[in-house]
Design a protein around this ligand. Structure first.
Ligand code: AMP
Ligand code: MG
Length: 396
């Protein structure tokens, strides 16, 4: 797998789950050259995010002579553009195609600003975020009017919570906080802390007032946690901005979760590699798609070992315990919000129940890799082959 160089980052806890490669650049038929490596980092607010987007590059990937031409953009060929930043405490990459660098750059800057705005709503680390302010009212009997974004993502998350009977629970915050501390101290929190935290968890304790777009958190100490969905939502919102700005052919990678817009101009799809379970092994699963979201959940980089047992940052709300299965779940769905939610939920539900549930969504598919001893077990939902583009005649 020449050229498949996974990046490392000192501030990052996770490394690649997907790599996006662009075989168009290659002379040979099936040598993979990455145009980017996705670095799944902590989820929304898992670490304090920077106060402003910190773009590290805005670069055309074609010779400068192509940008400086005065030909009207409509008659110029599309050029590929790349912009990198850090948002939601995760590396962000935007790749897009457009003939005009000014248009492409403006679109990417606005997409980044939109993600930044969403972090200010959903961050769990920023005490001034809208979510944190809402959580301060938990148990006080106050109902709080919320922004449209918070309303949309909360109502969506509550539906997923209901559908999974709480295997996915957007109110998991108090338990997630315990495990976050445990990851630092490498000590199991005392049982009474789990009991306390569990009192404040339960999606049934969120009361919605649709007529006022208001929310009431019924139990004291409740804490909403959008870590499992906020990145997907931000990716969808950013892709929407790109489309509105006239740049529909775009790919957004936020910490390893991906949103694929219209395909690159000369191909029918974007190409994404799913990282193998075992670090260092080459990927064996690929997705060739456009217009969809792809998300991966797993414990590869965020876990704690206590008493010889490995616990994931994904928690089973019914027990309060971090998952002990070593797994990596990749979901393809019509949008990144759904892909993100399903990937986390399926991780908790396990391969049988999880994949059967994914099959109930018309355009969703999942790949469930599980490490058992030294062996990787592979489970796929019914539509994986078709939706991943892994048909025998697929182009690399
Ligand atoms: P992801 O990387 O998208 O799978 O999201 C993982 C994050 O979701 C964790 O770091 C927590 O913030 C949150 N989370 C953990 N367990 C659950 C759960 N059972 N339901 C909903 N969110 C969870
Ligand atoms: Mg998720």
């Amino acid at each position: 797998m020449r050229g498949f160089s996974f990046l490392t980052g000192t501030t990052l806890k996770k490394r690649c789950q997907h790599a996006v490669f662009d075989s168009r650049l290659l002379p040979a038929a099936f040598v993979i050259v990455p145009i980017m490596c996705c670095l799944p980092g902590p989820i929304a607010g898992a670490e304090p995010s920077r106060p402003s987007p910190s773009e590290t590059s805005t670069a055309p990937e074609h010779p400068a002579s192509q940008q400086l031409t005065l030909t009207p953009s409509a008659s110029r060929p599309p050029v590929r553009w790349l912009r990198e930043a850090e948002e939601m405490a995760a590396p962000l990459r935007i790749i897009c195609y457009h003939p005009d660098g000014v248009v492409a750059d403006r679109a990417m800057a606005r997409a980044i600003a939109r993600i930044h705005q969403l972090n200010a709503i959903f961050s769990d680390y920023d005490p001034t975020s809208e979510v944190r302010r809402l959580c301060e009212t938990a148990g006080t009997g106050k109902k709080v009017q919320v922004s449209d974004d918070l309303w949309q993502l909360l109502t969506f998350s509550l539906k997923i919570s209901e559908q999974t009977a709480g295997a996915f629970d957007v109110t998991i915050g108090p338990i997630v906080r315990l495990w976050r501390r445990a990851r630092m101290s490498r000590e199991m929190p005392p049982a009474y802390r789990f009991d306390e935290a569990r009192q404040a968890v339960g999606y049934q304790f969120v009361r919605l007032y649709p007529e006022d777009r208001a929310v009431e958190l019924l139990r004291p100490g409740m804490r909403l946690d959008f870590g499992a969905v906020a990145k997907g939502y931000a990716i969808d919102a950013a892709l929407k901005v790109m489309r509105q700005e006239g740049v529909p052919s775009a790919l957004i990678d936020l910490g390893g979760d991906l949103g694929l817009g219209e395909s690159p101009p000369d191909r029918g799809h974007w190409s994404v590699a799913v990282a193998a379970m075992k670090p260092g092994e080459p990927p064996s699963y690929f997705v060739r798609r456009a217009r969809c979201g792809i998300a991966t959940s797993g414990d590869r980089y965020r876990f704690v070992v206590i008493g010889g047992k490995r616990y994931s940052h994904i928690v089973d709300p019914r027990t309060g315990v971090g998952l002990t299965d070593q797994s990596e779940v990749t979901v393809i769905a019509p949008n990144a919000t759904l892909a993100d939610a399903l990937a986390t939920a399926v991780s908790v539900l396990g391969p049988e129940r999880g994949l059967a549930w994914v099959d109930t969504f018309p355009d969703a598919a999942a790949l469930y890799l599980r490490l058992v001893g030294d062996h990787t077990e592979v489970h796929t939902s019914k539509q994986w082959k078709e939706l991943s583009g892994e048909t025998p005649d697929a182009q690399p």
